[in-house]
Design a protein around this ligand. Structure first.
Ligand SMILES: C[S@@+](CC[C@H](N)C(=O)[O-])C[C@H]1O[C@@H](n2cnc3c(N)ncnc32)[C@H](O)[C@@H]1O
Length: 388
């Protein structure tokens, strides 16, 4: 796999070597570390992790493209869903978690009618570098003269009502990897061998065994050697984010599956996916800190976590259906009068967002609500909750 990936420049290799050294030190001190710990350091080690260092991650110059980076169609459709929530909530605020460059926030607020805009827009972002990019995007937009923006270090510790938004964030939460071996569950850990990282199998702690046994292979036996991932921090994370939300909703958009597809016997090597210079591959040990590492989302687990937090799963559907229900047609109105180049770019953007072979089906949307009455607009045509 490594042979098809472009070599990073020397300076970046040195940064990665620094992080590799720190990870190896930890392995020497404590023995092989759980994969979740490795993923945490590879993505978020201060100054060195993928999201913490100042690398260009998104778009053509970076490693991958997210829906908001393709243009403004995604944000305009989200604005349609938000305005429905705004109408029901009255005065409300938005909390965007993991907002990347801040483009979605700015495009979304631009697309909202002035009277449907939130009073306050808060960002919760782990990366200091991305936080700076978000601040710049907000300042350049001029929206800060009208809306109060803030950057939080932790979920709100006061009660609030509004909308929580997270696009492609759950996939970036560190996961555990496990393997089924001779009928027992083993934890995949990260060890060191001759200065390089390598996999090591260890008996899984009881808590992990219990969770994996509950979620995977319940209805169909899984083959020996089967590997997959599980995000054990999902429920506490959601609880921390929504614990003080008195009334409102949370919208999560991400690549993922309902559980029976996630843990299908034929998906025997899990869903871990690494992105480097627009090449998707499965080697998480390739230059730690220089590439993105993520795992698909088990949306059944999100629904269970929601239940645990006292939230209602009010909608679950594919991204294409969500965008169509959120007035995609209206967003594209007048397209025929555009210049050729602009029209072609817009058509390409819509294709990327909606085609089943692109983001349309792979990406799914889940709407969780608390003390809201109305049926969310983006979920009217296709209700996939029965799949969870
Ligand atoms: C794949 S990027 C998505 C960025 C953006 N939402 C977009 O769609 O372009 C993941 C983002 O989530 C952030 N992130 C990951 N875990 C987080 C957490 N626990 N709290 C806040 N931000 C987090 C990362 O720093 C990054 O900004």
């Amino acid at each position: 796999m490594r042979s098809i990936l472009p070599e990073p420049p020397t300076q970046l290799k040195q940064t990665s070597d620094q992080l590799l050294g720190l990870i190896i030190d930890e392995i020497h001190d404590s023995g092989p570390i759980p994969f979740s710990r490795f993923m945490e350091r590879a993505l978020y080690e201060p100054g060195l992790g993928y999201y913490s260092a100042g690398l260009y991650k998104f778009g053509a110059e970076g490693d991958f493209v997210t829906a908001p980076q393709l243009g403004s169609v995604f944000a305009k459709c989200l604005a349609s869903q938000l305005s429905q929530a705004a109408a029901e909530l009255g005065a409300y605020e938005v909390l965007e978690v993991g907002a990347g460059t801040g483009k979605l926030a700015v495009d979304l607020l631009d697309a909202l009618d002035v009277d449907a805009r939130p009073r306050r827009f808060s960002f919760l972002e782990r990366s200091a570098d991305l936080r700076r990019q978000q601040q710049l995007a907000v300042t350049q937009s001029g929206l800060d003269t009208e809306i109060r923006f803030e950057w939080l270090d932790a979920p709100p510790d006061r009660s609030w009502q509004g909308v929580l938004l997270a696009n492609e964030v759950i996939d970036a939460l560190p996961v555990e990897r496990f393997e089924l071996r001779d009928g027992s569950i083993q934890r995949l850990c990260v060890a060191e061998s001759q200065g390089q990282l390598d996999w090591a199998l260890e008996a899984a702690p009881d808590s992990l065994t219990g969770t994996v046994t509950r979620v995977a292979g319940q209805d169909r036996p899984l083959p020996d050697g089967y590997r997959s991932e599980i995000c054990t921090m999902l429920a506490p994370w959601l609880n921390a984010l929504t614990g003080r939300m008195e009334r409102g909703c949370a919208l999560f958009i991400d690549y993922g599956y309902p559980r029976d597809i996630y843990y299908a016997p034929e998906r025997s090597d899990g869903t871990l996916i690494c992105n480097y210079r627009h090449r998707a591959h499965d080697d998480p040990f390739f230059y730690p800190g220089l590439q993105d590492i993520s795992a698909f989302v088990d949306f059944t687990a999100v629904a269970e976590a929601a239940d645990h937090c006292g939230l209602t799963v009010a909608g679950y559907t594919s991204q294409s259906s969500f965008l169509l229900d959120c007035d995609l047609e209206q967003v594209l109105a007048g397209m025929e009068h555009m210049q050729d180049r602009q029209r072609i770019e817009l058509a390409n953007e819509v294709r990327r967002l909606t085609l089943p072979t692109e983001m349309g089906e792979k990406f799914q949307c889940m709407f969780l609500s608390r003390n809201l009455e109305s049926e969310p607009r983006g979920f009217r045509s296709q209700d996939l909750r029965f799949r969870l």
